[in-house]
Design a protein around this ligand. Structure first.
Ligand SMILES: Cc1ncc(COP(=O)(O)O)c(C=O)c1O
Length: 424
């Protein structure tokens, strides 16, 4: 090949003797990254050949036949938008219609904050992207200030704020003995955090525990956060999916708004509209006035522009079509309630099945907890036994995705759980 006569060819032949390195060598020492604790479960599940295998690891909704679901409202929205839309870029801040609908859903249809244009908001790459964008914004404009995240929390929260260069601290949240909220620990940690800290709160259906504060507890949390001058950032990945009512699931937010907080908020349509892979979400920051909101929005766009330029179009069109059409929105509300109700029903059936088998352990927390996950209280060793002996896959923290349980497998799962926990 002509290369041997070329300047490049000569350089290559002289090679490392002259200190010239092939470009492949700079990543020679890169180690394999650790597996993601959640996505790694799916990999192991897929590799298992057993006909009995069950995946209750990943938080994706399945129907009572164990099948993924495309909501009817989404199918109808897709029909309506098919071919009718151009495929140009969205603006940097994403679909204006999607953002408007998202704000109405979270802050209330008749919110004064919306009317007064006090909310800076952009379409985001689902809930993860909204959190990541906020973390970058926090790092840029309030550098060095830590964010407190609950123990435990969705494992990606750690990565998101760490990668954005924000120092992380934790606050107590879950009390293993009661399998419920460590309310006094949580309040103490909020009180002891330096004034003006950031606090990450799950708006509803806390992941992984399924344990949410009561309304009264939210009021106390809100007062204390206000007294301390902390900044609350809400991650709302499950609005509507927890109780079946988007309004009820946004109660914590409305309490904070009533109390006069400025807030940050991540919204996702992955679970409540089943748009997982479409990556549709919204990041909003409630500001003091319109001028500030305009400035904050412009800075959020400035951060997103070099990251991904502008967000994707298709999912935004689906979600905004559903939310913007009264008929489709009504259908969505019914369907999201249907998903929530199936999960609530499965909680009762799983508990009943465990109790029926004479399990000596208390299982009330299965029905007390809410949302997609049940924090079962099983140890990592018990989870290992479930996987190795019964082909049931979940994260080693004992988190069960209730969405993966159905009438066909609930008996098998209860049996297996009983077998691995009965001598505990
Ligand atoms: C608490 C929480 N936040 C955010 C997300 C982000 O999901 P997505 O990026 O798919 O919207 C999830 C998903 O599991 C979650 O549980």
């Amino acid at each position: 090949m002509a290369i041997s006569n070329s300047f490049t060819g000569k350089l290559l032949r002289r090679g490392s003797a002259d200190g010239v390195r092939l470009m492949s060598s700079w990543f020679r020492n890169v180690d394999q990254a650790p597996k993601d604790p959640i996505l790694g479960v799916t990999e192991a599940f897929l590799a298992d050949q057993s006909p009995n295998k069950v995946n209750v690891g990943v938080g994706a909704y399945r129907d009572d036949n164990g099948k993924p679901v495309v909501l009817e409202c989404v199918r109808e929205a897709e029909k309506r938008i098919a071919g009718s839309q151009f495929m140009e870029y969205l603006p940097m801040g994403g679909s204006i219609k999607l953002v408007e609908e998202s704000l109405k859903l979270a802050y209330g249809e008749n919110s004064d904050f919306i009317k007064d244009k006090r909310i800076a908001a952009v379409q985001a790459l689902s809930g993860t992207g909204a959190c990541r964008l906020f973390a970058a914004f926090q790092q840029r404009f309030h550098p060095g200030t830590q964010i407190y995240i609950p123990v435990p929390t969705w494992s990606n929260h750690h990565n998101i704020w760490k990668d954005a260069g924000v120092p992380l601290k934790t606050f107590r949240y879950y009390y293993p003995e009661s399998r419920g909220l460590d309310f006094s620990g949580l309040m103490e940690d909020i009180k002891n955090a330096p004034n003006g800290s950031f606090f990450l709160l799950h708006a509803c259906a806390h992941n992984p525990t399924g344990v949410d504060p009561t309304e009264e507890q939210w009021r106390e949390i809100s007062s204390l956060i206000k007294a301390k001058g902390h900044f609350p950032f809400f991650d709302m990945a499950y609005q509507g999916f927890a109780s079946g009512s988007p309004e009820r699931d946004a109660k914590a937010i409305s309490i904070f708004l009533e109390d006069g907080h400025l807030i940050g908020l991540a919204q996702s349509y992955a679970k409540n509209m089943g748009l997982y892979g479409q990556r549709v979400g919204c990041l909003s920051v409630l500001c003091e006035d319109e001028k500030q909101a305009v400035a904050v929005k412009s800075q959020l766009q400035l951060i997103s522009r070099p990251m991904y330029s502008n967000p994707p179009l298709h999912g935004a069109l689906i979600a905004s079509t559903v939310l913007g059409d009264p008929e489709l929105k009504k259908l969505w509300l019914e369907e999201v309630k249907g998903m929530a109700d199936r999960i609530i029903g499965m909680r009762a059936t799983l508990r009943e099945n465990l109790e029926k088998r004479g399990s000596p352990l208390p299982w009330q927390h299965i029905t007390d907890q809410i949302g997609m996950f049940c924090y079962s209280g099983m140890t990592p060793e018990q989870v290992d036994r479930l996987t190795n002996e019964f082909h049931i896959y979940m994260t080693r923290n004992g988190r069960i995705s209730m969405a993966g349980i159905n009438s066909g497998n609930v008996g098998y799962i209860a049996d297996a759980i009983h077998q691995v926990t009965k001598s505990a």
